[in-house]
Design a protein around this ligand. Structure first.
Ligand code: ADP
Ligand code: MG
Length: 435
């Protein structure tokens, strides 16, 4: 009997707990988070309500419940060293220690690690702690640049010229804002191309890769509006994307392998958990946009929904360093995941309204919701994700739309994710770029 504790309560953690519960290995699931997710509550043995970054509380609960294995969902507890504390207390974790999770929590650290093992995957860049030299470097980059706050910002620290920053002055204002808050930042060359995510299971030595997925950060159809936590994702049945070649995928896989190895060499700590590479295919090949130290959300729903192998067995292999012998197979199905979010999200979301849906629907993953007087209320962040899967991606898209139509409340979603029009336009843009 394995006692598994999951930290976090979003849609990603629903996907994780469901996958654990489907294991052939006998298990009991425990969850810690600030709000009770009713879908996780239905599956788990015990739900402990507390801040998941409250390390002392997480450790004492794990000891009290005699937890065998902790799966860390989001990045914040990784950043605050929850894995270091749990392992000191003798509890094994799927998730890297603080010093290794820096691959996500510090963007300059991530660029440095990539420089050490595959420098050609990095864009031109420079680090700054003051405004001196920033303008000059932006000009060297031809006025096409990206400014990245060097720390966790919940997806709100990156601003891109021509999109969020209209001219060099707006860029300098943002840089000044960071400097006056005492922060560090990077100015990077603006890469042009199509983005994709490749997540790998890593046990410190061996990497086993998942299918590649494409996310949609912008709030509205046609990739317009403000950036969000991610409005939806899709993946193809062949585990590739129509604008990528086999070689592109192999390059991304190789990059994750090199980065995992370099992290061990540099920090002395093995990377254990899910390593998320954010890539862009450009006319100069595959480049690294960023690294994350956990499953993506929504990407977790895409890949875990088609994982054929036993998820808990993979997790045990991760903590025991036996991933090499573990089978990690995925069904050859396409997936389309769409988030429904409150009207006004992300800047001014409606909150506290009732959400009507079938909580027992396996294609539905509740996220930022709470139960109050038997009513399901939206809390303001992304409300719920719906997944459609099928051999045919267009059917998978139709299934996800059907799922969305069964949810009601003051909500909206992106109708274009996973549609033929949007995917064709991306393939066309990539063809034009590659010439
Ligand atoms: N060097 C770059 N060139 C072009 N676009 C970039 C670059 N770096 C980041 N971006 C864009 O900004 C988005 C957010 O940046 P990212 O590094 O992924 O940070 P985070 O996810 O922490 O906000 C990316 O998904 C990508 O669209
Ligand atoms: Mg990102």
């Amino acid at each position: 009997m394995k006692k598994v504790l999951v930290l976090g309560s979003g849609a990603r953690e629903v996907a994780i707990t469901r996958s654990v519960s489907q294991s052939s290995i006998k298990n009991a699931i425990f969850c810690i988070s600030k709000d009770i997710n009713p879908q996780i509550n239905d599956i788990c043995e015990d739900y402990h309500v507390c801040d998941i970054s409250d390390i002392g509380n997480v450790v004492s609960y794990s000891k009290e419940k005699e937890i065998d294995l902790v799966i860390v969902g989001p990045e914040n507890p990784l950043a605050s060293g929850v894995v270091n504390a749990l392992e000191r207390a003798g509890v094994k974790c799927v998730g890297p220690k603080k010093e290794v999770a820096m691959i996500e929590t510090s963007k300059s650290f991530a660029r440095m690690i990539v420089d050490l093992c595959c420098p050609e995957k990095n864009p031109q860049r420079k680090e700054f702690v003051s405004i001196g030299g920033v303008k000059n470097f932006m000009e060297i980059l031809g006025g096409e640049y990206v400014i990245k706050f060097d720390g966790l910002m919940g997806g709100k620290g990156v601003r891109v010229s021509g999109e969020h920053l209209k001219n060099i002055n707006e860029g300098l204002n943002y840089a000044n804002e960071i400097v006056s808050g005492g922060g560090k930042f990077l100015v990077e060359e603006k890469l042009i191309g199509e983005e994709f995510s490749l997540m790998s299971f890593v046990d410190g030595k061996t990497c086993k890769h998942m299918p590649v997925v494409q996310d949609h950060k912008r709030a509205f159809d046609g990739d317009t509006g403000p950036n969000t936590g991610g409005m939806g994702t899709y993946s193809f049945g062949n585990h590739s994307l129509p604008f990528l070649t086999k070689e592109d995928i192999l390059e991304a896989q190789k990059t994750n392998e090199l980065v995992a190895k370099q992290l061990l060499k540099h920090t002395g700590s093995p990377y254990v958990g899910v390593l998320y590479g954010g890539f862009m295919l450009t006319k100069n090949g595959v480049k690294v946009i960023e690294y994350n130290a956990r499953f993506g959300d929504p990407e977790a729903m895409n890949v875990l929904s088609i994982l054929k192998s036993d998820f808990l067995s993979i997790c045990i292999s991760l903590i025991e360093g036996k991933l090499e012998k573990e089978e990690v197979l995925f069904d050859e199905l396409a997936t389309v995941c769409k988030y429904v979010v409150p009207v006004g999200y992300p800047n001014n979301p409606a909150k506290g309204f009732e959400v009507f849906c079938d909580q027992n629907d396996p294609s539905l993953f509740l996220a930022s919701v709470m139960l109050k007087n038997q009513k399901l209320l939206a809390c303001g962040s992304r409300t719920a994700a719906v997944i459609g899967k099928n051999k045919d991606i267009w059917k998978a898209e139709a299934f996800s739309e059907e799922g969305v139509s069964n949810i009601s409340g003051k909500l909206f979603h992106r109708k274009d994710i996973g549609t033929k029009d949007l995917i064709d336009s991306r393939v066309k843009r990539m063809k034009e770029l590659l010439g």
